[in-house]
Design a binder for this molecule. Structure first.
Ligand code: PFF
Length: 432
């Protein structure tokens, strides 16, 4: 689950969204959204998944037979696949920059990012490579593919990002970046910013789209839901902060605006690495390789979870062969991903409410569809499932005293605070 949570959302999305909405102020709201809204939803999804023991459709049918609740399944098939489509484009960028580390990565030019993403061929090839890697891992299955890959890469990720943080905060001029992350400026935080913080919490914890539910269906009965949820949320937040401390000080040291948008990470880091190498090509290349390998691995462990949701549905509900399921979904992702990629170039004039195809899909998923899914999951667990069943699942049949003790608080959050919070934030963003 941590593998799914920790991804491009932490390294690529978090720093630039935080940058757009005022740094530390955004982070405080984000942290509150994680603790009081996202975490209860995480618990809700886990309870449904483990108790239902299947994908969203199957679990809902089992827990609420004869009702319409299983229709949420539709949301959880479509949304992850749409997210994966643009996610794979960014994953492709990391493939490109990883390879680029060997050659021109050693020069310190700024401004390579714009021309790259707006070109046609290269980003599409990179997107294709990325989605092919995802397909290979998911094809190998849950245990031998997903779990094995994730278990190996996650610890490596933490070590790599820590190394980059140490390096980044020691750069001359990096102090402003650190300040930016710890000194809140609430004047930049609009209602939009609060909605964006909620969206980021959903995106980063992979919530509201059935991913957590599907992974929970693979959990053992003796696993602790409280521990899994808190462990995932804490490691995810820690990693986002580490990524912030890896990227922001470097951004300020390089004199780049923190509001540079989606290109922030890809634009800034190569520049810094080149500078820091001090003319030693092997050093710049090495730093760049380490960083973009981190980005790529983090992206892969999340992307496989996005694909697995739909695959689980097709295999379990439609009795499709795993291979057919993977190939058909990947084909869809590949085509939509190409459109997303082209929306930075030839299709940049195609806009929906002023946003490009890429931005529209990202905002629609993170700021609207994921919270909507989360809302439905909490309503289901809070109001439809018998409380005794929820407690039974949450406390492993009463064998976890701590879980039993805090259950009333968790139930309050699931029933009232999380749904009310989501509705309030969505409404205020609409009226804004
Ligand atoms: N949580 C992932 C990240 O932060 O990169 C992205 C993600 C994965 C979103 C899985 C949704 C999901 F279902």
């Amino acid at each position: 689950m941590a593998g799914s949570a920790i991804g491009l959302g932490n390294i690529w999305r978090f720093p630039y969204v935080a940058g757009e909405y005022g740094g530390a102020a955004f982070i405080i709201v984000y942290l509150l959204a994680c603790a009081f809204i996202a975490l209860p939803i995480f618990f809700a999804e886990t309870v449904i998944g483990r108790r239902g023991g299947a994908d969203t459709f199957g679990s809902m049918k089992k827990l609420a037979p004869g009702s319409g609740w299983h229709r949420i399944g539709l949301l959880t098939i479509l949304v992850p696949i749409i997210i994966l489509s643009y996610y794979s484009v960014v994953g492709g960028w990391s493939v490109h920059y990883l390879i680029r580390s060997f050659g021109s990565g050693a020069d310190d030019a700024v401004g390579h990012f714009g021309p790259f993403i707006s070109s046609v061929k290269l980003p599409i090839i990179a997107h294709t490579v990325f989605i092919a890697l995802v397909a290979i891992i998911v094809l190998a299955g849950v245990k031998k593919g997903i779990e094995k890959f994730t278990k190996i890469t996650m610890p490596i990720l933490f070590v790599l990002i820590l190394a980059i943080v140490v390096f980044s905060v020691t750069l001359p001029g990096s102090g402003k970046g650190v300040e930016y992350l710890v000194n809140p400026d609430f004047s930049k935080l609009s209602a939009d910013g609060i909605a964006a913080a909620l969206g980021q919490a959903f995106f980063s914890l992979s919530l509201g789209v059935g991913t957590v539910l599907t992974y929970a269906s693979y959990m053992r009965k003796q696993d602790d839901i409280l521990f899994s949820g808190v462990g995932t949320a804490v490691s995810d937040f820690l990693f986002a902060m580490l990524a912030g401390f890896a990227v922001m000080p470097a951004v300020f040291a390089a004199g780049i605006s923190p509001e540079a948008g989606p290109g922030l990470v890809f634009e800034t880091l190569p520049y810094i690495f080149a500078k820091m190498g001090g003319g030693l090509v092997w050093l710049s290349t090495g730093l760049s390789l380490v960083f973009f390998a981190t980005v790529l691995f983090a992206a892969l462990t999340s992307a496989i979870s996005l694909l697995e949701v739909g695959v689980a549905y097709l295999v379990e509900e439609k009795k499709m062969h795993r291979r057919t399921a993977v190939f058909s979904l990947v084909l869809f992702v590949w085509v939509v991903g190409i459109l997303c990629s082209l929306s930075f170039g030839p299709l940049s004039n195609v806009t929906i409410f002023g946003d490009s195809i890429f931005d529209t899909l990202d905002k629609a998923c993170a700021n609207w569809l994921m919270p909507l899914g989360g809302l439905l999951f909490t309503l289901f667990v809070g109001w439809r499932m018998p409380s005794a069943d929820v407690l039974d699942e949450f406390s492993n049949g009463g064998t976890k005293p701590l879980n039993r003790k805090i259950y009333p608080a968790v139930r309050f959050l699931i029933r009232y605070l999380a749904p009310a919070g989501i509705v309030a934030i969505i409404l205020s963003a609409i009226f804004n």
